[in-house]
Design a protein around this ligand. Structure first.
Ligand code: FE
Ligand code: FE
Ligand code: ZN
Length: 275
């Protein structure tokens, strides 16, 4: 089996997210550690986190996949943006320790014209400053569509980052199906080939989570526009093949599809039916 859930709002706190996901029929979820466009993060209330931890255990949830702010960019050409990004990362990782053993996913960054090599180095530099040996969180690099100057558009770029990070046992990868497809990996006609390539370059032991999205655009489009399951260019057959592939066994699948609550409830039910 896999774990399935969707992205939720943290507005009403941690326990509320757990209860909401139960009502949606899922057993994992993601949330933004702070406003997705940047800004302050809510303080963690210990009793609220404890209440969620109890739900996770009692209801046998899979790993949760927190998502960093989109504004966090560890490889911007602007040093101030980079410093801000590092500050956000450090604070987020500290906060994650309130709920030990979960995943924290982030977009590696956009090099804003510096070139991917410089981007890779600056991202690794940020991670080297932020990761600490005692941490219980695994930090996930998300596979990116390659929109604009995004770093992480290829498995090789993710590998380069991992290679430069000292505490690389704290690192994993989140496989976003829309992004990977948009980046040019043909998960529709050659899922086996793509997974084999992932294994060769990164290693399947780093594969920790899936962002489960269809795509509005074609393979290699570098667009990053998510679509509802089965209504995009990846299509229902390929989505089902991914969800039921043994390589993803036991991983949290997070829907980031353009849906309202009812749509998520339906997609969660559908994936549960498959798996
Ligand atoms: Fe993302
Ligand atoms: Fe994603
Ligand atoms: Zn996306």
């Amino acid at each position: 089996m896999i774990y399935i859930g969707c992205h939720l709002s943290v507005t009403n706190g941690y326990e509320a997210m757990g209860r909401q996901m139960l009502s949606f029929g899922g057993n994992t979820f993601s949330w933004f550690t702070r406003n997705p466009r940047g800004g302050k993060s809510k303080d963690v209330i210990p009793s609220d986190v404890k209440a969620l931890a109890d739900i996770l255990e009692e209801k046998k949830f899979g790993k949760l996949v927190a998502h960093a702010s989109y504004t966090m960019n560890l490889c911007s050409a602007n040093p101030e943006t980079r410093a801000n990004g590092l500050d956000m990362l450090k604070k987020d990782l500290e906060k994650m320790e309130a709920l030990p053993g979960q995943y924290y996913n982030f977009h590696p960054g956009s090099h804003t014209g510096q070139g991917a090599d410089v981007g890779v180095e600056q991202i690794a530099e940020g991670l080297n400053k932020a990761l600490f040996p005692e941490m219980k969180t695994i930090v996930l690099l998300e596979t990116m569509a390659g929109k604009g100057s995004e770093v992480g558009r290829s498995f090789e770029e993710l590998r380069q980052i991992i290679d430069l990070v000292e505490l690389d046992d704290k690192l994993g990868v989140c496989f976003d199906t829309c992004h990977t497809w948009d980046a040019g990996y043909d998960i529709v006609n050659d899922l086996e080939g793509v997974l084999h390539h992932f294994d060769k370059v990164i290693g399947l032991e780093r594969l920790k989570a899936v962002h489960f999205n269809d795509s509005k655009n074609d393979c290699g489009s570098h667009k990053d526009r998510h679509e509802k399951l089965g209504q995009g260019m990846i299509g229902m057959d390929a989505m089902k093949k991914i969800a039921t592939h043994p390589v993803f066994e036991g991983l949290p699948f997070i829907l980031e599809t353009p849906n309202d609550d009812e749509g998520y409830i339906q997609e969660i039910a559908l994936v549960k039916e498959w798996t």
